[in-house]
Design a protein around this ligand. Structure first.
Ligand SMILES: Cc1cc2nc3c(=O)[nH]c(=O)nc-3n(C[C@H](O)[C@H](O)[C@H](O)COP(=O)(O)OP(=O)(O)OC[C@H]3O[C@@H](n4cnc5c(N)ncnc54)[C@H](O)[C@@H]3O)c2cc1C
Length: 509
């Protein structure tokens, strides 16, 4: 594991390979009080939107809770794909054949935007175009794979059968998608940031937005003690903050990734994915001059299951197929699965037309975050966007995704009730191990208690400030994670990610 050097901070305790590139300090940007657009969040979505709007002559301010890349963009695995977690057969079935074609076109457009921005601003971000392999390992998966082949072709994607899968993992059938890609996400967004600032864009880091108000002539936005005004407000926060419909339409998941040094140099040349549930994803990246196999998977709903076990399972899987010399990186991060498979991007109809969101990207936010930049820019400029209707947050999908929706929300309701019972009683705080956290009854009160390595105990009110579920301790990330909507808090109770607007309150023991 890499340690004890300056790294770009992230909403997690674990270190991704991208964090060795530290973003330039943005806190000293010139900030005046009124803007055309305020963008909340400095991940790929916020920075793409900011740059495209600034380029179009709008005066933008980006407000970021942490530092640039603090959210999932700093913990992604950065595959660039024109096929998505919602497969083309699923989109055809749940939406239409025409919609599947549009999704494919939008993916190609997103790839085109990344290519164009890299070229225009000379962004050195290790961008490479590669083939991607999707492979089956049993008969059921093979049937699905062949459906994906046909539907992807109908959608206009360049895909064919391949006689290998680029990996030492045995397979039944394999598909090769051409013109896919990969990059170093922090280098990329730092390039967007530099161009944004060059064009006069303003950015403030360490500025957690707690509230907004709709005024007659625009928006007022509160970040700590400071108030800013703009005509338009974009929430590029991965999931919009507060209690919104999107917390109920998007389910939070954690995904786990290892960066591995191999003994035999048998690194994949392209990108690869199996079809297990959850699936594994593979690629190679040269990090600080050294090839690293990036292998991800073992996803589960945030606050459910054991993160340490997920890492252990992933490492076991890696060692089954690869001659692993050492684990160089080990990290996890969060994403949101939308109820009907497609992201929600665009203007919020209920907001009087001045608030925009981009969420529900699943594991495809490099593409959808980029696309959001274009869609939101067009909408703010009053230009019709080809994909505006397809991804509109106002869509109602009564049939598609309905069963998934019921399942996710039943789960939330269950946690909400069940979590209120069943905390174990803790007689003495000395029963806690160093580095351990748990929700426990202590002297008749339910607390989230944590003992650090020095033996100091911190106690927090364990009820999530978002929608009132009880948080769970995440030992791998040293965080408190809410199993309902994915709110995550650090050991001191500070919001790190997800929809909560308020910290967990500390309790004086
Ligand atoms: C392990 C993993 C691997 C993945 N791999 C891929 C992949 O290979 N390809 C792909 O396309 N996608 C992938 N994804 C998905 C993709 O990484 C994300 O969808 C994408 O990074 C989201 O970008 P974003 O800018 O919308 O959000 P984020 O990067 O999360 O940025 C949101 C920002 O908003 C800030 N913020 C939040 N609330 C506030 C507030 N109230 N005030 C101020 N700031 C706030 C946060 O601090 C954060 O910096 C992966 C996801 C995971 C978890």
């Amino acid at each position: 594991m890499k340690n004890s050097r300056e790294i770009n901070p992230r909403d997690s305790n674990s270190e991704s390979p991208w964090q060795s590139v530290v973003s330039p300090d943005a806190a000293f940007a010139q900030v005046t009080d009124a803007f055309d657009v305020i963008i909340v969040g400095a991940g790929i979505t916020g920075l793409t939107t900011g740059l495209l709007l600034q380029k179009a002559g709008k005066k933008c301010l980006i407000l970021e809770a942490g530092k640039v890349g603090f959210g999932t963009t700093g913990g992604t695995s950065a595959h660039l794909n024109t096929f998505f977690d919602a497969t083309y057969p699923e989109i055809e079935h749940d939406f239409s054949v025409q919609a599947a074609r549009q999704v494919a076109d939008s993916g190609k457009d997103a790839m085109g935007i990344i290519t164009a921005l890299v070229k225009e601003y000379g962004i050195d971000c290790d961008l490479e175009y590669k083939d991607a392999y999707l492979f089956s390992e049993n008969e059921t998966e093979t049937d699905q794979l062949l459906e994906i082949l046909e539907a992807s072709r109908r959608a206009g994607i360049d895909v064919s059968e391949a006689n290998h899968n680029d990996l030492p993992v045995p397979f039944e059938r394999s598909l090769r998608f051409t013109q896919q890609g990969q990059f170093q996400p922090l280098k990329y967004i730092n390039g967007l940031l530099a161009a944004f600032r060059q064009l006069g864009g303003a950015i403030l880091e360490n500025s957690f937005v707690t509230e907004h108000k709709e005024l007659d002539n625009g928006m007022e936005v509160l970040a700590g003690e400071r108030t800013f005004r703009a005509a338009h407000l974009v929430y590029a926060t991965h999931i919009p903050p507060g209690i919104t419909a999107f917390s109920f339409r998007c389910a939070p998941y954690r995904s786990y990734v290892l960066g591995l040094r191999l003994k035999d140099g048998n690194y994949p040349t392209g990108l690869a994915y199996d079809m297990q549930e959850p699936y594994h994803y593979f690629r190679t990246h040269v990090v600080e001059g050294e090839q690293i196999l990036i292998l991800g998977g073992e996803d589960h709903k945030t606050g459910h299951d054991d993160p340490e076990q997920a890492f252990a399972n992933l490492e076991k899987y890696a060692r089954e197929y690869y001659q692993v010399e050492s684990v160089v990186y080990r990290w996890s991060s969060q994403y949101y699965i939308p109820v009907d498979g497609l992201p929600y991007i665009g203007r919020l109809a209920a907001s009087g037309g001045n608030i925009y969101i981009a969420t529900g990207f699943n594991g495809n936010g490099m593409m959808y975050g980029t696309l959001s930049g274009k869609i939101l820019t067009d909408q703010i400029l009053g230009i019709e966007n080809l994909y505006g209707n397809l991804y509109t947050p106002s869509r109602l999908k009564p049939v598609a995704g309905f069963s998934e929706f019921v399942k996710e929300n039943a789960d939330v309701a269950w946690r909400f009730v069940a979590d209120r019972f069943g905390a174990e009683e803790l007689d003495k705080l000395s029963e806690l191990q160093k580095g351990e956290g748990k929700v426990a009854e202590f002297k008749g009160e339910k607390l989230a208690v944590y003992k650090d390595q020095q033996g100091k105990v911190t106690a927090l009110h364990p009820v999530c400030s978002h929608a009132g579920c009880i948080v769970n301790f995440n030992a791998a990330e040293q965080s408190w994670d809410c199993p309902c909507h994915g709110g995550r808090f650090d050991i001191s109770g500070k919001v790190m990610c997800g929809p909560p607007r308020n910290d967990l309150s500390q309790i004086d023991l």
